[in-house]
Design a protein around this ligand. Structure first.
Ligand SMILES: [Zn+2]
Length: 283
């Protein structure tokens, strides 16, 4: 098993996973022929099952200054995702990695898609937070967008109704309006486009920097194929602009990148090879 801890200065990041899902790449990149992905099979074998994408549902716990922030809560035990079976392993992985749910102070939701909110609420009771001592937080623009029935949600209202709206009813939800420090050196920053309120997390401690990019980078191949039309972006033009800005910056400044759906444990850096950018995972 790859090492599941990354130290960014004094910030300790633990990688967890809710399992992985496999599906036809055309669900995400409908304009891109299946054969396009074949030259990545050897480069990123962990991302493919035959011609299908094999996508990790990554979750990160960031400890700093005695506070623990969790970045997203996976898909949870809620049936199929993009037509694929899910395994809902996150609670088992908490036990495996020796992390306790009652030690989480802040649940940060990068955005409100179903695979980022699944373990917010206890699926058995349906009205008890999985993280009993935590405040839950998301950008107000995502709350406004997703809690009103609309026509662009690939996942429908059901994940919002069971995993997001109860947070407000219980009284544990805080909405962010912009840049917000969640723990010492752990700061949420707006990165809209994938969804209206999508946020990244900047980790800064001493001279070290890392950026949790959520779904700005949907898989390792996306670092190279940054311009492919991606079907799950709410605002494709803005998402493309932000994706380029964020990935260019991480590449130019040598910032470690953490993503929700990158190869486990989910962190790496951008490298250049023959004029093209690639994501290189680190253990
Ligand atoms: Zn996602």
């Amino acid at each position: 098993m790859a090492d599941s801890v990354l130290n960014v200065g004094d910030i300790r990041v633990t990688s967890l996973s809710d399992g992985s899902v496999q599906f036809d790449p055309r669900l995400m990149f409908p304009d891109t022929p299946l054969e396009h992905w074949s030259h990545y099979y050897e480069m990123f074998p962990e991302c493919f099952s035959g011609q299908h994408f094999l996508m990790n549902l990554g979750v990160f716990v960031m400890g700093s200054g005695g506070k623990n922030v969790i970045a997203d809560t996976g898909f949870g035990p809620h049936g199929k995702m993009l037509g694929s079976e899910t395994s809902a392993e996150l609670m088992d992985d908490f036990v495996r990695k020796g992390v306790k749910t009652d030690e989480i102070d802040t649940v940060f939701m990068s955005h409100l898609h179903a695979d980022h909110v699944g373990w917010n609420i206890d699926p058995a009771t349906k009205d008890v937070p999985v993280f009993p001592n935590a405040r839950y937080t998301v950008h107000r623009a995502d709350w406004d967008h997703f809690t009103v029935p609309g026509d662009d949600s690939e996942f429908g209202m059901e994940p919002i109704e069971r995993s997001v709206i109860p947070l407000e009813e219980i009284g544990v939800l805080d909405l962010m309006d912009g840049r917000t420090e969640l723990a010492p050196g752990v700061t949420a920053v707006p990165t809209p486009g994938h969804t209206p309120g999508h946020m990244a997390l900047m980790l800064a401690s001493g001279k070290e920097r890392a950026l949790f990019v959520g779904d700005i980078l949907i898989n390792p191949m996306h670092a190279t194929d940054t311009d492919l039309p991606f079907a799950l972006d709410t605002d494709p033009a803005e998402a493309m602009k932000v994706r380029h800005e964020v990935l260019d910056r991480t590449e130019n400044e040598g910032i470690t990148v953490l993503g929700s759906h990158l190869s486990p444990p989910g962190w790496g850096t951008m490298v250049r090879w023959e004029g093209r950018r690639y994501w290189r995972g680190m253990e």
